[in-house]
Design a protein around this ligand. Structure first.
Ligand code: ADP
Length: 324
């Protein structure tokens, strides 16, 4: 008799994570196959391939149930206590760095106060299409599908939604046609307002990444964001320190305009993971504003974002106790 793992390995080799619910009894195999997003022809092809693969490793009979059920993506909130600390820049680069490792990642710009992601993603002014009332994400930098609060209003128009209106707008972005996207990075507005409440009440994220600059005042703000998520039972994935240390492009001297290491020390004190440090580097702003965020390229800055992405991905993939 063939063991479960042999069948499972054979199936994964053909269809990866599209297969689920594998059952094996006396070499009779049954499984579910997610065929969402595939044409009729592709569906038939993939079914035949899976059937052949399991028969080859010893299946006596094979039952395949096709399903085109929508995958519900996991949300990862990127938050800060206040604006201007580099939250949008981190969200974009984190999504791109995760996508570069082969993950299926999307990005939502939920920052109603200043949605800036479209520029960073190189899709400023590109209007998303819709399937009926369901929005279809636009393809941004690094092949990352993307939707923004800014796409729900005319360019330059201020967003003045409160309460339920803000919540509805967030739902439009989160419940869009994300296809095979499994993880969505959500760039949250700074602070703890309506969007944050709607997010934790209606679209509970699996975890939150908090970003801060190193100085004490910014860290005090970050702590408020941390305690907001903790009180909503959203686990903190960790803290990122941004704008830590400035390498002068002229003289090469390293200086610390905002200090350095404060976030790491704060993370330690709070007992939350420290995810990494991004230096203050003018190229981050220049490349981001040009719609070619540094995580797309190579070099120390791209490496710094990759290291953070790796830690976040490891956290998402690790089994964890569910918080009630
Ligand atoms: P937030 O989303 O927190 O308001 P942004 O990501 O929009 O902040 O960043 C604010 C400004 O700082 C932007 O012009 C951005 O390009 C710049 N910036 C962010 N991180 C860095 C960094 N590490 N080095 C240099 N400039 C940065």
């Amino acid at each position: 008799m063939t063991d479960f793992n042999t069948f499972s390995d054979a199936i994964i080799a053909v269809v990866g994570s599209r297969a689920s619910g594998l059952k094996v009894a006396d070499d009779a195999v049954s499984l579910m196959l997610d065929v969402s997003g595939l044409s009729e022809e592709q569906r038939a092809e993939i079914e035949t391939e899976v059937r052949a693969a399991v028969e080859k490793v010893g299946a006596r009979s094979v039952r395949i149930m096709l399903t085109a059920e929508r995958i519900v993506p996991r949300l990862i909130a990127v938050a800060s206590g206040k604006g201007g600390v580099g939250k949008s820049t981190l969200s974009t680069n984190l999504a791109i760095a995760m996508a570069r490792t082969g993950r299926s990642v999307g990005l939502v710009d939920a920052d109603i106060y200043g949605p800036s992601q479209a520029r960073l993603m190189g899709v400023e002014g590109v209007k998303p299409e819709a399937d009926g009332k369901i929005m279809i994400p636009v393809m941004g930098a690094g092949g990352v599908p993307f939707l923004s609060m800014g796409q729900l209003v005319n360019p330059g128009q201020a967003i003045a939604w409160r309460g339920p209106m803000a919540g509805t707008a967030l739902s439009q972005l989160v419940d869009a046609k994300w296809g095979a996207v499994r993880d969505i990075i959500v760039d949250m507005p700074p602070g703890t307002g309506d969007i944050q409440l709607s997010m934790v009440q209606k679209h509970k994220p699996v975890g939150a990444v908090i970003i801060s600059t190193p100085q004490d005042l910014a860290l005090m703000d970050a702590m408020r964001a941390i305690s907001f998520f903790e009180s909503a039972k959203v686990p903190i994935i960790g803290l990122v320190e941004n704008m830590a240390g400035y390498l002068c492009p002229h003289c090469g001297e390293m200086s610390d305009p905002f200090g350095s290491g404060g976030a790491e020390a704060a993370a330690k004190e709070l007992g939350i993971p420290f995810l990494g440090r991004i230096p203050l580097d003018i190229n981050i702003r220049i490349e981001s504003d040009a719609g070619t965020p540094p995580a797309l390229g190579e070099g120390p800055i791209s490496d710094a974002y990759s290291a953070i992405a790796q830690r976040v991905a490891t956290w998402i993939d690790s089994p964890k106790d569910t918080v009630a």
